[in-house]
Design a protein around this ligand. Structure first.
Ligand code: IMP
Ligand code: MG
Length: 176
């Protein structure tokens, strides 16, 4: 392991949280078949594990990609859509959005407002990580894995300059 990384959440802790979240979703979806909308790139590993832990039949998997411009560690507040939804894919559907981390909340707020325009029947938010200290835009989280401190996080899908996504645990990236 590179020595600039410090373990924050171990692989077994992630597995347990994913199981817990899958059970919470299963309980809420006993009479419905949701559309899962995964926010790329960061949520790809979390979503892949989460859907395999769920018993609920999923209507379809959709993927969107948004990005906030700015430096590698600080988002600028401007969010661009790189890949939107297929037309009609969530119309009148129960949608669960899967995020990796919510920091200022800017990206997630934009994802949710864009999704609302596609007229889902319901919209819920599931995030693996919440970093509430730097929140600028309020977002309401329905399913939460872990609250994390105001540190830069990598691993299990999250990156620094595109690196470290493949790590099976979650680390803080130490300042050089
Ligand atoms: P926002 O500030 O909530 O809009 O977060 C924007 C995006 O920045 C998130 O979706 C992540 O992709 C990324 N991000 C925020 N904090 C971290 C972090 O600690 N590690 C890795 N990526 C992060
Ligand atoms: Mg993200």
């Amino acid at each position: 392991m590179p020595d600039n990384l410090t373990l924050l959440i171990s692989s077994p802790e992630i597995v347990a949280a994913v199981q817990r979240l899958a059970q919470e979703i299963d309980r809420d979806c006993s009479d419905r078949s949701p559309v899962i909308v995964t926010v790329l790139k960061g949520a790809f590993i979390f979503a892949a594990d989460l859907v395999r832990a769920m018993q609920t039949p999923i209507q379809r998997m959709e993927f969107v990609r948004f990005s906030s411009y700015g430096s590698a560690k600080i988002s600028s507040g401007e969010v661009a859509v790189h890949m939107g939804l297929e037309p009609g894919s969530v119309l009148n559907q129960d949608v669960i959005v899967i995020e990796d981390i919510i920091d200022t909340g800017t990206t997630t707020a934009k994802v949710l407002s864009d999704l609302q325009e596609h007229q889902p029947r319901s919209l819920k938010l599931c995030t693996l990580l919440d970093k509430p200290d730097r929140r600028k835009v309020a977002v309401s989280i329905d399913y939460l894995g872990f609250t994390v401190p105001d540190r830069f996080i990598v691993g299990y899908g999250t990156d620094f300059n595109q690196r470290y996504r493949q790590l099976p645990a979650i680390y803080t990236l130490d300042e050089p």
